[in-house]
Every structure is written in structure tokens, then in C-alpha cells.
Design a protein around this ligand. Structure first.
Ligand code: SF4
Length: 226
């Protein structure tokens, strides 16, 4: 498979946020989100055999959390699914971060799927694959990255219409982060003020989790591989 990087850091944007985690970042994405902070994964990387990826994960951490991410990892489904199966068999908790556009049916059911639903100002609105709703289970998570009120209202209405809060472990509403963010490690780089988002969530009585990309508050926001 084509791999951009494998590293150990702190999980930053799910209900596992804050926990140590090994990241396997696969190369390539078929979408072009406006606020994407992973453009360096669109090309390059190096070819690795499944055994090499597994060996590197084991070297970095013999147990715990592993996240398969990208780019869009399911573009390499033929290799990524067996990798997830092997990591599960080794006893890891396996997270999969995916755009919502790729089919989820072949992802092993024990994998925690963290699935984006792209909002109106993402640049990739309408790419969510609705049959994926049927593949979501109680351990999975859905994530909406929000740049403004229109994005919020879409996320709110989608969450209610599909009763997401009853379907998955977490529905995450996360302010979009400026992709050229640098310098201060604070919420001034968020396109939508987290305080404003908190107010809307509380006013509307939503059972959702306000998510912040905590790695952007721990490390310099422009640093990769953290
Ligand atoms: S799906 Fe993810 S990796 Fe692909 S363009 Fe969007 S944010 Fe970037």
C-alpha cells in the first residue's frame, strides 16, 4: 500500500481525543476540501507491504489505539481492510477516519469508523454516501466540520433527520481550522468561534459533542506528523 507516514502521537479529534495513538496515514484522496490540512498526503509516500506496516505499528506501540487515516484510506480498501483485520487480531483498538464518500460495507464491524459528512462550505458538499448510514453502529462516530452558521444548520438538520445521536457513539460538531494557521496555539484560527458553536448547540438542545482538534492546541498548528 502507499503510505505517507506512520507515527505515534495523541489522538486529536474524536471521542478518543487525548489518548496515545499510532497513526497510519495512507497516501491519496479523491476529494479537495476547502479547509484540508492533509494536502501533503495527496501524492508521494512510499510503497509498503502489509507486514512492514504491521511491523512498524508494533514497533511504535505493542498495544492500544491505531488509527488508519489519510488522505482517504478507503481508496486503498483492498490493502486497508486486511490491515485492519490483522491489527484487530493483534488486539488493537482500530479507528478509521474516512470522508463518508467511500463505501463502508467491507470495513470490519469491530473497527471504530469516524465518518465525515461534508457541509455546504467544505467544497465537497453532497459527497456523503447515504447508504453508509446503514453501516454505522453504536461504536462509530460521525463528524461535521463547520465554517459558519449555514454549515451548522445543515449539520443540525442532518443529525435530527437521520437520528444520528441514537445511531452512533458520538456526533461531533467541530469548528473548521484555517489551513494556513501558524503561530498561536489557540482558537483564533478557527473559522467558526467555538464559543459561538457551543451557544448554538445549547440553544438547540442537540445531543452532540463539540470537538476541537486538540493537536492544533498542543503543537504549532502548521506542524505535520503530530
Ligand atoms: S477528505 Fe480529508 S484528506 Fe481528503 S481533501 Fe477532504 S479533508 Fe483532505
Amino acid at each position: 500500500m502507499q503510505v505517507t507516514e506512520i507515527y505515534r502521537s495523541i489522538q486529536g479529534e474524536s471521542s478518543y481525543a487525548g489518548l496515545p495513538c499510532v497513526f497510519v496515514r495512507l497516501t491519496g484522496c479523491n476529494l479537495r476540501c476547502a479547509w484540508c490540512d492533509s494536502e501533503y498526503t495527496f501524492s508521494g509516500g512510499r510503497k509498503m507491504r502489509l507486514e512492514e506496516v504491521e511491523g512498524e505499528v508494533l514497533r511504535l506501540s505493542p498495544s492500544g489505539l491505531v488509527e488508519i487515516t489519510g488522505g482517504e484510506p478507503l481508496l486503498q480498501e483492498r490493502e486497508a481492510v486486511p490491515l485492519m483485520e490483522r491489527l484487530l487480531a493483534l488486539g488493537y483498538t482500530v479507528l478509521l477516519e474516512t470522508s463518508g464518500e467511500r463505501p463502508l460495507e467491507r470495513v470490519p464491524s469491530q473497527v471504530v469508523k469516524i465518518v465525515d459528512v461534508k457541509c455546504p462550505h467544505s467544497g465537497e458538499f453532497g459527497t456523503f454516501r447515504e447508504p453508509n448510514l446503514g453501516a454505522l453502529g453504536p461504536q462509530d462516530e460521525t463528524k461535521f466540520v463547520l465554517a459558519d452558521r449555514a454549515d451548522y444548520e445543515f449539520a443540525r438538520d442532518f443529525t435530527r433527520r437521520h437520528e444520528l445521536a441514537a445511531r452512533v457513539r458520538s456526533v461531533i460538531f467541530s469548528p473548521a481550522f484555517r489551513k494556513d494557521a501558524s503561530g498561536a496555539r489557540d482558537s483564533s484560527h478557527c473559522l467558526l468561534d467555538p464559543q459561538q458553536l457551543a451557544q448554538w448547540i445549547l440553544e438547540d438542545g442537540l445531543e452532540v459533542r463539540l470537538g476541537l482538534q486538540i493537536h492544533k492546541f498542543i503543537w504549532e498548528p502548521s506542524v505535520k506528523g503530530v
